[in-house]
Design a protein around this ligand. Sequence first.
Ligand SMILES: [Zn+2]
Length: 381
Amino acid sequence: MQNETLKALFTSHKEPSLFGRYITLNNLSPLIANLPNTFKVEVIGHSVLKAPIHSITIGKGKKRILLWSQMHGNESTTTKALFDLFNVLSSNSEIANNISNNCTLTVIPMLNPDGANAYTRLNANEVDLNRDAQNVSQPESKVLKAVFDRFKPNYCFNLHGQRTIFSAGATSNVATVSFLTPAAEPTRAVTESRTISMEIIAEMNAMLQNEIPNQVGIYDDGFNNNCVGDSFQSLDVPTILFEAGHYKDDYDREVVRRYIFQSYLTSLNYIALNEIEGKKHEKYFLIPENDKLFYDIIIRNTIIDSKRVDVAIQFEEKLLKNQINFIPVVKKIETLQNFYAHREIDAKNASVSDTQKKSLNIGAIVDYIMINNEKVFIKKY
Ligand SMILES: [Zn+2]
């Protein structure tokens, strides 16, 4: 599908009630209640704190695809894009019919509602659900495993969000979207289920390159059977990790939401219309592996204690009064010529201090800084 067509679908079907980073079950419940009756909604279990976990099943095709989002509670972008996708699939468009006639989707839009509420990666028992695939110790892990065993998917989409630190390769390009087909065993052999996943990722990458060239990365494929994706891949089910990343100034993740939406439609349509054997997977290997070369802010060419250094600042996300605050914290004070930032400030060899005119220290929160006598705002307001 053409990017312009996908973009137009986004504009006309974007779910307007979802915005920003803090997406909880309270946001989703009214939307789930209003889904058309062709969508089958089930409560498939409950979280540690007894919040319901929903699945939504759409379509009547023979290709079964299992998607789950917000397994990490603070990774909400892929969830927003799922509801945009639901709006498309509720329509009578050609792409909606292609997908619904050839595929059956079972979607768990929020696997970790307690983590979503607290804006944490972990669940309410402080367990990372993506490291619990073998122990299956948590109620949320049991829910996902039960759906996997019952639904017997032909494909799995494991939906996540990534931090602002990632570059697509060792470059100054931010990783706006990342993918991975996880390994199926420790030697990371390219198994058939992996080639099938790779072929689908290559399709999405080709679409994304038209709009965000060199801003797509892949994660390293070191095998960890405690990760859900690796564990499902080891059962020979083609599994794709999606990571919604950063786009310049897009801290609300509304721009990348569209790229994820377009990736969903591209991959689902490709699965719907093709018998994928993995023969066209080679282009996957052209996607660069992610590196960690970004900070949110770098103040370059500062003089601190008579030395010329750069100052790296990273936002820490904190939930305060139902809003995500981006708290600027000093992470590094050294020469950072091999690193990049989403905002670069050139201090031009001026002295830099906090507002009390004291030197900056690692770990300090700096809502604003003084460059000589000029006040520069660092915090996002
Ligand atoms: Zn995650």
